[in-house]
Design a binder for this molecule. Sequence first.
Ligand SMILES: [Zn+2]
Length: 196
Amino acid sequence: MELQSDFGERTINELLLMFRSRQINLEPGFQRQSVWSQVDRRRLIQSVISNYPIPSIFLYRRHVKGRLVYDVIDGKQRLETLFMFVGAGRFKRDAYLLTVQGDTDSAANRQRRAEILRGLLYSLFERKDAKRTFSSEQRRIIWNKDEKKICVRCKKKLRWDDFTADHILAYAKGGSTEVTNAQLLCRRCNSKKGAR
Ligand SMILES: [Zn+2]
């Protein structure tokens, strides 16, 4: 049998979907039993969030009773860390929380930060459609990560049900629809801005 190889990019969401539909085998017989420390896991998540490149993952594709299964040849710890981070499958929420917690944080703070980070992770690896409006998931992240929650123009205190997510660099000028290019505006200021 000839061994064929192909190279491609997968988003974390795609890998997650494959894992959830039981297509990824993290435990092929030949895997080493090495386990990453929490520090290793934290570093990987930080790299993802900072948009740093991540080393390639090698999978071996085979057919099992008409289904595709991918054995993880290299990248088990990386994949596990990502699945842990989003609390997928058998990876418990607790295990994942450990990867982002600081010792001095309250549980509520950890929880909140974990949600923000998880949202960031998703949004970074969503397919980058040329979309103009922020998704509801992005809006949630933009809202959560903003400390002041006031309109950047008129400084009015905003509420969850009346804020708008505005492009810092306008979409029309090439600004991306990503949480890093978003600011909070009240409806009034947003419509005034749009009218210019
Ligand atoms: Zn305003």
